[in-house]
Design a protein around this ligand. Sequence first.
Ligand code: TMP
Length: 217
Amino acid sequence: MNTPKSRTGHLFVLEGIDGSGKTCVCEQLTEILRSENYDVVRLREPTHESQWGKEIREKSPGGELTPDEELELYTKDREWHITTKIQPALEEGKVVLMDRYFFASGAYQSTVLDLHWREILQINREELSAPEPDIVFILDVPAEIGLERATGRSGKANLQFEKLDRLIRVRRNYLEIAEHDISNVKLIDSLKPLQQVIYEIHKIIIDFINNSKSEPL
Ligand code: TMP
């Protein structure tokens, strides 16, 4: 696992299908942890900063990229993110909260490519030396609820059906990752009220940080 000695910070990742509530949870958790004097860096992928992140955000919604091009851009964007943001923050002892990370590539890109999520995670771990999170929280909601929360009920019926079909497969991948991946994954029921979800994740994070302080060097 990629946990170099120079890493004194903590890496917590929020994942889930579109409409799972992770962005809202991430924003509010950041505020709470900062009010408790934790030095928090909130990051999200795809980034808004690198040329690759910008290209994904511009072209992906309009379907201008092939699945192979998308995977390549997500990977390049992540490589940039690791080197310029994630690794330095961890070396400076910060608490890094990420809204999506390489688990998203595994869950999403494997639905449109002839690659298993396991292979995509392996590429990130081996070729990018992506730092391993301390905890990955997968916020779980049924695909129908996620789609409704993310897009409302509007839109053409056949397009909605395609999106639903994809989200069902993405959710299945996340559930498999929660069960079988080597990472420390906590599956969170995100149908619960938002404040309860935040309370649960906050408690797990604080307990983890406190326990790691008491571990012998
Ligand atoms: P967002 O809703 O969290 O802003 O993410 C935008 C979309 O990007 C979302 O539909 C999932 C997708 N995505 C991937 O397909 N692969 C990835 O590696 C990442 C980081 C995001």
